[in-house]
Ligand binder design. Structure first.
Ligand code: AMP
Length: 113
């Protein structure tokens, strides 16, 4: 069963893709928590941060570099933004295909409430 995000990456589900390359895809969150809320996802299926291996080093690095690129594209780089990765139950992960949230466009407040 391909994950929900795998279907988005392959174009089998509608989404608003803002960036895609050989390793990662970035698309707008369907339920945005800020004026800019983009998910950056590895094209390869990796379930959680816990499942990353040394082989995935390039993918892990690309996720961060694409976050920077999308922040510039969205015009939020200068004011700033937040990057979040949720892992498993205590992290509040809902979709089990590793993804990074890029949120900004307003002051994000304290990190944890
Ligand atoms: P997480 O809690 O870190 O697993 O976040 C999952 C995120 O995926 C949530 O912010 C959802 O709003 C988002 N999401 C779920 N389904 C879709 C979808 N079809 N397209 C875009 N974002 C989605």
């Amino acid at each position: 069963m391909p994950s929900l995000f795998a279907k988005i990456i392959r174009g089998e589900l509608p989404s608003d893709i803002v960036y895609q390359d050989d390793l990662v895809t970035a698309f707008r969150d369907i339920n945005p928590q800020a004026p800019t809320h983009v998910l950056i996802v590895p094209n390869k299926f990796i379930r959680t941060v816990n499942d990353l291996t040394a082989e995935d080093e390039q993918i892990a690095g690309r996720l961060l570099l694409v976050a920077k690129k999308v922040a510039e594209q969205e015009g939020i780089a200068e004011d700033g933004y937040r990057i979040i990765i949720n892992c498993n139950r205590h992290g509040g992960q809902e979709v089990y295909h590793l993804h990074m949230h890029l949120v900004g466009g307003r002051a994000m407040g304290r990190m944890l409430r």
